[in-house]
Each structure stands twice: as C-alpha cells, then as structure tokens.
Design a protein around this ligand. Structure first.
Ligand SMILES: [Fe+2]
Ligand SMILES: [Fe+2]
Length: 185
C-alpha cells in the first residue's frame, strides 16, 4: 500500500469517530447524557489523529506537491481544504475546552456543544467527500511518476515514525473503541 493510499484510508477511521460524535450529540440533546470524559476521548482523537497527523500530512506534504505541479495555493480546492482544516481545528478546540471544563455545563454550554458538535460533524463529512472526490483525482492528474513517488516516500517517512512509537496503533484503537461505544440502536 502506498503512502497516498494510507492517507486516504485514514478517512474511514476519522468518519468512524465523526459518527460516534453524532450519536453522542443526539444523546446529549435527547436524554441529557453529559458524558464529558467520552467527549474528551473523542477530541483527543480528533486533535491527535485528524489534525496533528492526517491534516498535517495533507498540508505539509500532499498540498505542496500539488502546488509544485502548478496548482494554485490560494484559490480553488487547495484553498478550500486549508480553510476547512482551520475551521475544523477551532471547532475541535471549542469542544475540547467544553470537555475539560471543571464546572458543570450550563444550559448555554450544553447548547454550544450540541451546535458546534453538529456543525463539526457536517463539516467533516463534507470535507472528506470533497477530498475523496475532488482532491484525490488531482494526484493522478497533476503529478508525474517522479513527483508521485517522492510524495509516497515522504508520507512513508512520516508514518514510519508514528508506527514505530506505537502512536498510530493507539489512536486507531481509540477510534475503534469509540465506534463500538457509540453505535446507533
Ligand atoms: Fe483534510
Ligand atoms: Fe483528509
């Protein structure tokens, strides 16, 4: 499996936790289930895996490779993806702070978690669809064989460190566990 294949295989892992968050938000709204330690585990996953690993690989390796191949950094799909990452990062931060809050959630705090949670879920679903359908074909279309091999090699190096430390496995297990904990009945 190439580095690019692995990068796009991370999308279903992320979507598993997006679906878990959707179950969490519905339970919070409908039954008042305030399971903050579970929200904290989800935000740990999104911060460490979706943002610091997955988005970082896209922003520091994939997008620059496409720009090197002549694509624009500041307009079109590349600009859109970068803007999404920024917004998603700030929503993760908001939800993380809520999960770490030492006092009880007020009505406003709870509504904020529901609203930001739902917006984040919609954003992530749309974002991953755009990347799969619009960004991925550009890798084939725009990169020549040498650039594609170079990108794969960079991604391999990035992943090798995270695999050796056990971090990737730990975060993948966390995603599986969250998916099993929050299922639709
Ligand atoms: Fe992304
Ligand atoms: Fe992505």
């Amino acid at each position: 499996m190439t580095g690019v294949d692995r990068l796009f295989d991370e999308h279903p892992v992320i979507m598993r936790v997006v679906d878990a968050l959707s179950v969490f938000v519905d339970a919070l709204e409908n039954n008042g289930d305030e399971n903050r330690s579970e929200l904290m585990r989800m935000m740990t996953f999104f911060r460490e895996y979706a943002d610091l690993i997955h988005h970082e690989k896209e922003e520091s390796l994939l997008l620059p490779a496409l720009v090197n191949a002549g694509m624009r950094w500041d307009v079109g799909v590349i600009a859109d993806v970068r803007k999404d990452h920024e917004l998603e990062r700030s929503m993760i931060q908001t939800l993380r702070y809520a999960s770490l809050q030492s006092s009880a959630w007020s009505v406003v705090d709870r509504q904020r978690v529901i609203d930001v949670g739902r917006r984040f879920i919609d954003y992530m679903r749309q974002h991953v669809t755009v990347e799969n359908e619009s960004l991925r074909p550009l890798i084939i279309e725009k990169l020549d064989d040498a650039s594609r091999s170079e990108l794969d090699a960079h991604l391999d190096r990035f992943d090798a460190k995270l695999t050796a430390s056990g971090e990737l496995e730990m975060l993948t297990d966390l995603a599986i566990n969250l998916g099993e904990t929050f299922t639709r009945r």
